[in-house]
Design a binder for this molecule. Structure first.
Ligand code: NI
Ligand code: MN
Length: 225
């Protein structure tokens, strides 16, 4: 499982040549101006919720790639009405392919499109392939529901928002990593806009003080899990 950071909360995940794109918001992110979205591969586009900083580039990328959009019912129907391909799930449900499965799990947040269309209830995903499992929390507060995840899944890593203000911040993300029993955290949803700016060195130190690893990728960087 290879994970590429495209800025903010957008990640590309490659599993055996299959490309999954999560929450594409690139052209609106000045920090990601070096990323050319016309080169991004996508067989599936997973959307945690409908906020603009998670879906801005969905239509352009889905049109070019003919990717299947996987998200909650309301979000998928919104794109199906625009002649894009989609597969709806809802909380607790798992989308299964031969290469991976993606379970839509609870998040505490809100979800509406920029045009004010209702975007259903927000979620996160647990993506599993073979021995590897990656939890993408989506925009969320820390929630006790996170404790359910390790009851069925041994996580390899978790992607947590750490920018505070709109989501949990660093302290709560440390608690979240305890709840999901996974000490390897990839941070996202920080530094894109002034209200979510963080001190990256302090954040890493706070994690390492608890014997946890906070990975902060540069935009465009890829790691293997
Ligand atoms: Ni949001
Ligand atoms: Mn957001």
């Amino acid at each position: 499982m290879k994970v590429t950071f495209y800025g903010h909360a957008c990640f590309g995940i490659e599993i055996n040549g299959i490309h999954i794109l999560v929450d594409p918001f690139i052209t609106g992110n000045p920090k990601a101006s070096h990323i050319d979205i016309s080169t991004i591969k996508a067989d599936y586009i997973l959307l945690t919720h409908a906020h603009q900083d998670h879906v801005l580039d969905v239509e352009e990328i889905a049109k070019r790639t003919a990717a299947t959009i996987v998200s909650n019912y309301e979000i998928v129907m919104y794109y199906v009405a625009k002649d894009l391909k989609g597969h709806p799930v809802n909380h607790g449900g798992t989308y299964k392919t031969e290469e991976f499965s993606a379970k839509y799990v609870n998040a505490i947040h809100t979800s509406s499109f920029a045009d004010e269309t209702y975007g259903g209830q927000p979620g996160g995903f647990v993506i599993t392939s073979g021995e590897k499992a990656l939890y993408i929390a989506g925009d969320t507060a820390v929630t006790m529901d996170m404790k359910l995840i390790p009851m069925t899944t041994k996580l390899t890593a978790s992607i947590f928002p750490i920018g505070d203000n709109f989501t949990m911040g660093v302290e709560d993300a440390i608690i979240a990593s305890d709840l999901v029993s996974c000490d390897t955290v990839i941070g996202c949803h920080y530094d894109t806009f002034p209200p979510i700016e963080i001190n990256k060195e302090t954040a890493k130190e706070q994690f390492s003080n608890k014997d946890k690893d906070l990975i902060l990728l540069t935009i465009g960087e890829t790691i293997s899990l």
